[in-house]
Design a protein around this ligand. Sequence first.
Ligand code: SAH
Length: 341
Amino acid sequence: MSWNAKQKLLFLEGKDSDYFQSYSRLETHMNMLRDSVRMEAFRDAIVQNRGLFQDKIVLDVGCGTGILSLFAAEAGASKVIAVECTDIADLAEEIIRDNQKEDVVKVVKGLVEQVELPDGIEKVDIIVSEWMGNALYMEAMINSVLFARDKWLTRGGRILPSTGNLWLMGAYDPHRRTNLNFWCNVEGIDMGCVKKPFSQEPLVECVPIQQLLTDECFIHSTNLAVARNQPVQFQSNFQLKVMRTGIINMLVLYFDVLFPSGKSNKSVTLSTSPHSPWTHWEQTVLHLDEPLYVRIRDRVRGELAMTPTGQDGRGMNFDLHLSFRGERTRVESFKSFCSSS
Ligand code: SAH
């Protein structure tokens, strides 16, 4: 069964409902709309890109409150189709009417995988979507964007954002005892045996730059113009260069997405790096069982594999192999079920 057929079936059976339930809540949308870094990036990439949007037909995949559709209308689009499957679609319709854009923006309520475009439209010139989850690929919403691309994007059409990159760093969390230490001494009782069969969860945290110990290493990239619509899974080798002597007890994942630049505007990057201003994605942290005692200029090598998990395929497994100074290779595994970011 293809990925999209599988997603569709899960949705119909209600197994995808946890995911969409969180997006039915206004609070989830408010958190996104309050993220000024996210908002500014999309606003600059769309509104200041009139050359790209003028008189174009735009599809907004997962429009939520309709904010990106309204940006596209402001940038001169002739028609915007705003697809949203939760009840927030009704609200989007009202917001669009209240802002006198109902002639341009048309809300279509339903799964992008199931709807038809209105007014006999068969192709779109531009797709906009805010699909990114924690560690970039959680939520697997990227597949809905790629589905829309394959079905409706005209040849030479554009997708905003156009590329996503995932990065890794090593860092020290001074407040966290390693899990191994924790289990080995719970109120004086050795529970060390419980650790092995259970994989841990990656955590979403804001990592202060003072805690970073390595440079960043590129892990994976998706170019939305050409990526195949299939579940994102990969294995990537990495090498982290230690910049400060210390203890690495966590690995930090973050992403950035790039927007294409038009003739008159400069390209926009939305970064969730610890070095960049705060976003609601923060960073995704893999807390290590055993710390690595590193010195400046050491190299930490490893391999990170990410594979979709969970009944709805919207979570992610992270399998980590770490090798350092010829010690035995350490293997750790993390599993994250999906929650919307
Ligand atoms: N574009 C809005 C919302 C982004 S959150 C903004 O930038 O503020 C992603 C939205 O996409 C959620 O509202 C979610 O319900 C919707 N969504 C996710 N997958 C979808 C799908 N397959 N079809 C329709 N809507 C989807």
